[in-house]
Design a protein around this ligand. Sequence first.
Ligand code: C2E
Ligand code: MG
Ligand code: MG
Ligand code: MG
Length: 283
Amino acid sequence: HSIMRQVYTSVGANPANPAAAPSPPELSHRLRQLQTALANDEFELFYQPQATLADDQLLGVEALIRWRSPSQGLIPPAEFIPLAERSGFIIELGEWVIRAACQQIKQWQALGLPPLSVCVNLSSLQFARPDLISRINNILAEIGIAPKYLGIELTESVLVQNVDTTMAHLQALRRLGMLISIDDFGTGYASLGYLQHFPFDILKIDHCFVQHVHTNPTNGAITTAMIQMAHSLGLMVVAEGVETTDELAYLKAQGCDAIQGYLLSQPLPASQFIQWLRRRQRP
Ligand code: C2E
Ligand code: MG
Ligand code: MG
Ligand code: MG
């Protein structure tokens, strides 16, 4: 299929430009800053809701990390996740993310909110660890929430890097009842066969294909093909980065299941997310 070939040739992962990379001393300084930030509890999760298109029900929320630095302000993940991944710090940081998300789930349950699933992003380094499942299980048990309220998102790079370990982990997560999403779909190098073999529940169409989907014929064709393919494999489809009602209308017409994006809400700090939820529930 020419459309799907286009998906895999027109959009590649964006390799870092080595010439623009900071020198090692700057990197180790930055890494020490990140370690200090974790010790000082300066990381924070923001929450972005996902809603179904058919009946506008809240599907779940994605947890997105930020660094609230006292000296540098609010720092987005693009500015520290790559270094955390290269240095291995993501193992520690990722564990913090899972624990913080579980604590938030517990808190929302205690407030009597309708049960919400929270999805966290996991890096390939986390997936490469043989103890990933026992670590997740320990956190769930420690905090006391059911696994079905925690979801995970992984990108194609995870699948390509450690096929056997990843498969074993995903099957274990599936047995626990956790929701599994394939994130940024179409931006990496995984073959379509991967979709069929791994136990995914949700396919997330990357923002780059969703942008102007109603006026950009390439994005329209790619998105339509992805929705059909995902459905034929029994996956639910979430479109990422939906910003306009025109994009929403197009996606709905093509049978997309749910959306996430600024149109619905930006990622919000926990307290603001509760306000958003209450405003939305008000008749
Ligand atoms: P992602 O998982 O694909 O998350 C979606 C990104 O799209 C988020 O960027 C979100 O703020 C942004 N977004 C949502 N709606 C819209 C929209 O309507 N328009 C536009 N232009 N953007 C939108 P964010 O929060 O900056 O996160 C960027 C990436 O950083 C994430 O992409 C994810 O790959 C990574 N990341 C975030 N949190 C974590 C984490 O806890 N662990 C790991 N390993 N990676 C994380
Ligand atoms: Mg994600
Ligand atoms: Mg994504
Ligand atoms: Mg992304």
